[in-house]
Design a binder for this molecule. Structure first.
Ligand code: GUN
Length: 318
């Protein structure tokens, strides 16, 4: 039987570590960490995500506020909002929920966030700190995956890791974090020749492609650890039958709701071939928000201790 890597359990462990750190900060600086979220427009999925982020902050006692400019917001208006948040000392973290409306120059807006308040770890300065092994905020989803692998004592050093997907949010930072854990890392993607064969070499396979159940049995080395970052909503009965065919409970759920959440990995393949895997839902998803809280706390801790950040001394790599 494959080991199921339970994201809810790891999320609760992370939240448990957050509480005393927040209490210490309140004692030291007389205020909780502060997070500001910019949610532009009315993307329903973004509204759900941001609601979960601010609820989690409230539950932990982190101050949060959400700014909600309309869909028609301009790049300049967003730049002005970011500048105002950069200047507020009680705001430690600034998160710009993606995607931004089409007319906005998203790269410019993300670049305008003070790197010290960049709790997504998307600013090029922070990308550079990650890739050179210096302390700094790490993108939440890949950082959560590393936490989960450590929680379950899944070895990474010396193992072959294949990351499928090369996004700036997940694929690339995931590869850098695995490299920092001394894994031997390959980044594969939609243009990789013999993608299934490359994936089958992996002791640790991370799928972050954004295509429902694209990773099938042929991609998985028996006994490998499979991390499924995908969150795809499927609405067609054919697709549901292909993915859930032999799982009457999930077929019944699909029929009742008319849609279902599916990862990038065929759930049956994971359960049957992998040694350990993250389910969808309930695997990687719960970790992202928990790590956003950690990044907000760390940003506040850095501000409180006024450490010289970024630190330019490097970790040693062999
Ligand atoms: N939209 C989907 N995922 C994310 C994320 O991790 N951060 C931000 N800012 N927006 C997102």
């Amino acid at each position: 039987m494959a080991l199921v890597l339970d994201g809810v359990r790891v999320r609760e462990a992370i939240k448990g570590e957050c509480r005393p750190r927040i209490a210490r900060l309140i004692e030291r600086i007389g205020r909780p960490p502060g997070l500001a979220v910019i949610l532009a427009g009315s993307n329903p999925a973004s509204q759900v995500y941001v609601g979960s982020k601010t609820r989690t902050a409230a539950e932990l006692g982190i101050y949060s506020e959400t700014l909600t400019p309309p869909e028609s917001v301009t790049t300049d208006e967003l730049l002005a909002m970011v500048a105002a948040l950069n200047a507020r000392t009680e705001i430690d973290g600034i998160l710009i929920q993606l995607p931004l409306p089409a007319q906005v120059d998203a790269a410019r807006v993300l670049m305008a966030v003070d790197p010290a308040k960049d709790v997504d770890g998307f600013h090029p300065l922070n990308v550079g700190l990650l890739s050179t092994g210096r302390p700094g905020p790490r993108p939440c989803t890949p950082a959560g995956i590393i936490r989960m692998l450590k929680h379950y004592e899944i070895p990474m050093a010396g193992r072959r890791a294949v990351v499928v997907g090369r996004s700036d949010i997940v694929g690339k930072p995931m590869a850098m974090l695995l490299l920092a854990e001394n894994a031997t890392v390959t980044i594969a993607h939609s243009r990789t020749a013999d993608l299934a064969g490359v994936c089958r070499e992996a002791d640790l396979l991370v799928a972050a492609i954004g295509r429902a159940a694209m990773v099938t049995k042929e991609f998985i080395q028996p006994g490998a650890t499979v991390v499924d970052v995908g969150m795809n909503r499927i609405t067609s009965a054919e697709e549901a039958a292909r993915v859930f065919g032999q799982d009457p409970a999930r077929m019944a759920q699909f029929e009742a709701k008319g849609s279902a959440l599916v990862g990038d990995v065929d759930p049956r393949a994971m359960a049957e071939v992998a040694g350990a895997y993250t389910p969808v839902p309930g695997g990687v998803g719960p970790l992202t928000i928990a790590m956003l809280m950690v990044n907000t706390i760390e940003s506040c801790e850095r501000a409180a201790s006024q450490t010289n950040w970024p630190q330019m001394n490097t970790d040693k790599h062999g």
